[in-house]
Ligand binder design. Structure first.
Ligand SMILES: Cc1cc2nc3c(=O)[nH]c(=O)nc-3n(C[C@H](O)[C@H](O)[C@H](O)COP(=O)(O)OP(=O)(O)OC[C@H]3O[C@@H](n4cnc5c(N)ncnc54)[C@H](O)[C@@H]3O)c2cc1C
Ligand SMILES: NC(=O)c1ccc[n+]([C@@H]2O[C@H](COP(=O)([O-])OP(=O)(O)OC[C@H]3O[C@@H](n4cnc5c(N)ncnc54)[C@H](OP(=O)(O)O)[C@@H]3O)[C@@H](O)[C@H]2O)c1
Length: 267
């Protein structure tokens, strides 16, 4: 039994399929009193209705919030892992179905990791886009940084999800009111690596950083005083990017050790 002290049963309020059988997003009601910092993740639980052997009655996984800290609902973006214990259940959920949300928030992929900095680079692969959408929706991020660059790398164009929200972000009713000069301060760089795609860069983020292309297309110089990096998604991408940035002179931001790079691995 899942204890109501630790977790709250919420209700799915919307589902959006981006790529059938592969990528989808959903919204659910927000537990009363559930607070989080943009970039954090929740632990979500689904009832093991498929009775997957060896799995508990409620299967739990970490999920980054896509929604902003002030949104009424919670939103999440998910992959469908073939035969994955959690996503086999999650991808079947419909509006009105229950989902468990742990009442505690988790995670350190937040801008609190940085003491200073002017330009924030959000580098995500695949579903690693999720926490960055929440970070963009937090007015505090914009108070802290002058410019924010969102780089999302996907294998194919159809996996470049949330295009409508990102393209229209600078016209977001609340954010455009709260954030001065939002349009000049936000840059979105879509990257597609396994097919030709117009208006996208076509090489891995590691290559684009090392060869100076990201700096060139954004018009931003990369340096220790001003640049801060958050990386999320595929662990190999996280490791390779961290190493690329290390060679360029950037170091991890650790507790008690200021740095320029904060990361989160999804598996
Ligand atoms: C801090 C944190 C935050 C996370 N946030 C998200 C999120 O916002 N959205 C999300 O879809 N997943 C997220 N994940 C991954 C998520 O917790 C589960 O791993 C995922 O739901 C798959 O669960 P599963 O039981 O179906 O498969 P699992 O048994 O958990 O995973 C099986 C395999 O699937 C692959 N895999 C797992 N997750 C992903 C992924 N996201 N993208 C591509 N391949 C994957 C890996 O190869 C993994 O070994 C997060 C993980 C962590 C640690
Ligand atoms: N998306 C799919 O169609 C699909 C299908 C079946 C299984 N899966 C499995 O799902 C997992 C992740 O899938 P995903 O869709 O999120 O794709 P992913 O493999 O994480 O790729 C997403 C983006 O990250 C880039 N990337 C991956 N490794 C990198 C690295 N080391 N350095 C720099 N960039 C890197 C990819 O470039 P590259 O294209 O150059 O790798 C791609 O642009 C994998 O385990 C995969 O086997 C995915």
């Amino acid at each position: 039994m899942t204890s109501p002290d630790k977790a709250s049963q919420e209700t799915i309020t919307g589902v959006r399929v981006w790529v059938p059988g592969k990528l989808f997003s959903f919204t659910c009601t927000r537990p009363t009193g559930f607070r989080f910092t943009a970039g954090q993740f929740a632990r979500l639980g689904v009832n093991n209705t498929l009775v997957i052997a060896g799995e508990p009655d409620v299967i739990w996984r970490a999920y980054s919030m896509v929604s902003g800290p002030y949104d009424e609902h919670l939103e999440f973006f998910s992959i469908v892992v073939p035969d994955g214990a959690f996503t086999s259940h999650l991808s079947r959920l419909k509006v009105g179905d229950p989902i468990w949300v742990d009442k505690t928030n988790f995670g350190f992929l937040t801008t609190a990791r940085f003491e200073s900095g002017k330009h924030l680079w959000l580098l995500g692969s695949g579903t690693g886009l999720a926490p960055f959408l929440s970070i963009l929706l937090d007015p505090d991020t914009w108070n802290k940084f002058e410019t924010i660059v969102l780089v999302h790398s996907a294998r194919t164009v159809e996996e470049l999800v949330y295009q409508d929200q990102i393209q229209q972000f600078t016209g977001h009713p609340l954010m455009s009111e709260l954030v001065p000069n939002l349009a000049e301060r936000f840059r979105y760089i879509p990257v597609v690596t396994r097919e030709k795609a117009p208006n996208c860069l076509n090489e891995r983020i590691t290559t684009l950083l090392a060869n100076g292309e990201l700096s060139e297309v954004t018009g931003l110089t990369l340096d220790k005083a001003d640049s801060r990096f958050m990386i999320c998604g595929n662990p190999e991408m996280v490791t390779d990017l961290r190493n690329t940035l290390k060679i360029m002179g950037f170091s991890p931001a650790r507790r008690n050790t200021p740095g320029e790079v904060a990361v989160e691995n999804y598996w």
